[in-house]
Design a binder for this molecule. Structure first.
Ligand code: AQP
Length: 332
């Protein structure tokens, strides 16, 4: 059966970008032909410093976000990565397959490490190797990711191909990235050329899934835009990253296209469009954030769900890891 794997890092509060670019699609994919496996990738989060006192809460928040948005733990496998030891084990094996040069070429590494590569953790450098392990541990056929993660999925295929070649087998599949639809790249509200991130510097840059209605309204009101009103056609958004971002957010939230949003709001000023966008965001997010808050009030229940998901994940992962070590000649 086709199988989907995807994950979200518990590296801060979930944003509207995580919702529109990931979680919302994860929920929809449960209705397809695929088996769906969704992970809270805590081992990825710790590639940059995470306060051990805060990490459990962030991990549960991501799980609550999945559940509140509609991930059904009976239909999907939902768990956190640290509960399934095979992720770290396979990542080590892949560290011996992947080449330094491949990692060096990763755009995300270059962006995150900047001029300070020497000071970064070895784990941040090897991040794509762990990501390849996440995916290939389940022989996932498809990975829904944002545009920014496409390069890592290509590297996953390189690792699979090199493993199969070096060990003379056809064991790991060639996983395909799934990238489509609006909302694939939600940008920062203060700078339309940067993506909206959990760990961005200022809270005003992002809408958090747990923000209340007043905060959402305030953040959209203060969102940077140029002074011109909305154009008459989408072509008019070409050189206007901030304006385009707000139109795309509106389109993604209302399950329509930027063309349809422009058709409805052509010529509108920001004083009209921004409050309409805020109302729409509140309408879509409020029920989810209320359910997240309810779930987070019972951490033991979230932990029970993730532990059960981890048991199911291990049933798939353990035989694949065992076969991998056998192929490599490791005695266990
Ligand atoms: N701005 C975004 N627009 C669309 N999709 C996004 N995703 C993240 N930001 C946007 C998608 O969310 C999923 C989970 O991402 P992640 O948590 O594993 O890592 P990330 O992409 O690095 O997310 P953040 O929020 O930017 O985290 P930090 O700040 O910690 O690095 C992925 O499918 C991603 O495409």
């Amino acid at each position: 059966t086709p199988r989907i794997f995807s994950g979200i890092k518990p590296s801060g509060g979930l944003t509207l970008g995580n919702y529109l670019g990931a979680i919302k699609r994860f929920v929809e994919m449960q209705d397809g032909e695929h088996e769906t496996i969704y992970c809270v990738v805590d081992l990825h989060a710790i590639t940059v410093w995470q306060d051990p006192a805060a990490l459990p809460g962030m991990t549960r928040e991501v799980a609550a976000g999945y559940l509140a948005a509609g991930v059904d733990p009976d239909r999907s496998i939902l768990f956190n990565q640290a509960r399934v030891g095979a992720h770290a084990e396979l990542a080590w094996l892949f560290n011996t397959v992947a080449r330094m040069g491949w990692m060096n070429r990763m755009t995300q590494w270059k962006e995150k490490a900047g001029k300070n590569a020497e000071k970064q953790s070895l784990g941040l450098f090897a991040y794509p190797s762990l990501m390849a392990a996440d995916i290939l541990l389940y022989h996932a056929t498809h990975v829904p990711v944002g545009e920014d993660q496409k390069q890592h999925v290509e590297l996953t295929r390189d690792i699979a191909a090199k493993f199969n070649h070096d060990y003379g087998c056809e064991f790991f599949p060639m996983t395909e990235p799934l990238i489509d639809g609006p909302g694939m790249r939600i940008m920062n509200l203060r700078d339309g050329t940067k993506k909206m991130s959990k760990s961005g510097e200022s809270d005003m840059e992002r809408i958090n899934m747990l923000d209340d209605a007043d905060t959402i309204a305030k953040k959209f009101k203060k969102a940077r835009t140029d002074p011109a009103p909305l154009p008459e056609t989408v072509e008019g958004l070409a050189e206007r990253p901030e304006a385009r971002n707000l139109v795309e957010i509106y389109a993604a939230l209302s399950n329509t296209t930027p063309e349809a949003v422009i058709a409805e709001h052509a010529g509108a000023g920001w004083g009209t469009f921004k409050p309409a966008l805020a109302d729409l965001a509140v309408e879509k997010l409020a029920p989810i954030s209320a359910e997240m808050a309810r779930l987070m009030g019972d951490p033991a229940e979230i932990d029970r769900i993730m532990a059960k998901g981890a048991d199911r994940a291990r049933e798939i992962a353990d035989p694949i890891l065992a076969r991998t070590t056998e192929i490599m000649g490791l005695l266990r």
